[in-house]
Design a protein around this ligand. Structure first.
Ligand code: AMP
Ligand code: GLY
Length: 426
């Protein structure tokens, strides 16, 4: 049986989980992670370059005879790493587990994704798009819009480009600073203004080869820093899978109205897509709507999705590359999984780094996926806002949560914080 050398790009909890999952495959040859963290080093070799340094990616691919390039985050995908590889004679044989630059626009441009959904009749909030050219019209539009109203910077803004304005004054002020003062740089030159949808969110994941798709386990993440979903948004404070309200009937609506039209829409528009689609959805009175697309897996959703995926991930990537996903049947574990993210005090604002972590070896019955950690001499130290994800399985969600919470207590570092209410609604 042949095996594949893999280069995974990223350094978060998602990439640590992907490294853990890839390493379990008999098809996994040498595994490299760039730049990685203290956790990924247990599964492969960390390489010291940034995910956006395409020349360094190229050199590593050639020197290390990489067969599969797996961009974990959106940044390299939106910058066009797929096209970079496919347009280079020396690299083009490499399988890229992610979409082309055009496909990554589903995440890279909110205006593109809204227009795409409109063209393919995919349910999403009503919207209008504005820039400097129709700025005055935008102000008028906001003045008559119901509240709250949602403003989204068109481009990537490190997860900060969405503002839910509670008053018209706040909406007008935000709109003005996005367009006229480049609040999010070029990303907010164009702004999508959309209706606020009220409901409970969930994340659904597909792998598509452009013709076929398979669904991975669904998940729910907890974005706010504070318990009871209060305070500022973070990258994600925890996640659960499965999602109790995502029953067969609801998932079927998602497949029929959202997943299939998205995959068919990409194909009908000749958009090259061999990769993950993350559907950020909201359940409005039993009906699913798309809040956003992402062109990669979620973080911290990956920390519960991959543990519940029973298939060989390397095999799925190879089938995705060969447009043969119709040949695989995806198996989801019947167990529940949860992850609780331990973060640094101050996050999502500024936070200290370099705090020594202890007690990791006392953790029993959970899997630790490192996020913002680094190795310093003989110590593991904090190096990010989100530090480490504590993932557990259980026969029930409650059981999984009790294991993660017991283990979260055993890990020590100055300024440790975590939400104690992950999965609270269920
Ligand atoms: P996004 O970056 O598009 O995922 O938006 C960030 C968060 O803003 C989402 O996870 C939602 O919680 C919220 N959000 C975005 N759009 C809407 C909307 N139309 N209605 C309600 N909440 C929204
Ligand atoms: N957890 C949300 C994201 O990965 O974008």
């Amino acid at each position: 049986m042949s095996s594949y050398n893999i280069l995974l790009l990223g350094s978060g909890g998602r990439e640590c989980t992907l490294a853990w999952k890839l390493k379990q495959s008999p098809l996994c040859g040498n595994l490299y992670i760039a730049p990685g963290n203290a956790g990924t080093a247990a599964y492969g070799t960390n390489l010291p370059f940034a995910v956006s340094d395409f020349e360094a990616v190229k050199k590593a691919c050639l020197d290390l005879q990489i067969d599969i390039l797996f961009p974990g985050s959106e940044e390299p995908l939106v910058l066009g790493i797929y096209d970079f590889v496919k347009n280079d004679e020396a690299l083009k044989h490499i399988m890229v587990a992610g979409p082309s630059k055009d496909g990554a626009q589903l995440e890279g441009s909110k205006a593109f994704s809204k227009k795409f959904m409109q063209r393919h009749h995919i349910p999403t909030a009503a919207y209008r798009e504005f820039d400097d050219g129709n700025f005055d019209e935008g102000i008028q539009y906001l003045q008559q819009h119901s509240l709250p109203v949602v403003l989204k910077a068109d481009g990537l803004a490190a997860g900060k480009g969405v503002v839910i304005a509670q008053s018209t004054a706040e909406a007008v002020e935000t709109f003005t600073s996005m367009i006229k003062e480049a609040q999010f740089g070029d990303a907010s030159k164009t702004v999508v203004v959309e209706a606020f949808l009220s409901g409970i969110e969930l994340s659904v994941f597909a792998m598509t080869d452009g013709s076929n798709y398979v669904l991975l386990p669904e998940a729910k993440d907890y974005k706010r820093i504070g318990e009871g979903d209060t305070g500022p948004n973070t990258g994600g404070m925890g996640a659960i899978s499965p999602v109790p309200f995502a029953n067969g009937a609801f998932m079927q609506k998602i497949i029929d109205r959202i997943v299939v039209p998205t995959v068919n829409g990409l194909r009908s528009e000749n958009i090259v897509y061999h990769g993950f689609i993350f559907f950020g959805l909201i359940n409005v009175d039993g009906e699913p709507y798309v809040i956003e697309y992402n062109c990669r897996m979620g973080d911290p959703e990956t920390e519960v999705v991959m543990p519940r995926l029973e298939n060989d991930l390397v095999e799925l990537i190879v089938k995705m590359h060969e447009t043969k996903l119709n040949e695989v049947t995806v198996q989801h574990s019947p167990k529940a999984a949860c992850t609780v993210m331990l973060v640094s005090e101050g996050y999502p604002g500024s936070y200290p780094k370099g705090r020594v972590m202890t007690g990791l070896e006392n953790v029993k019955g959970s899997i630790l996926f490192h996020a913002g950690t680094a190795q310093k001499d003989n110590d593991v130290v904090t190096s990010g806002g989100r530090v480490i994800a504590v993932t557990s399985y259980g026969d029930t969600l409650k059981e999984a949560l009790s294991v993660s919470y017991a283990n979260a207590e055993k890990i020590q570092y100055d300024g440790k914080y975590y939400r104690r209410d992950i999965g609270y609604e269920f």
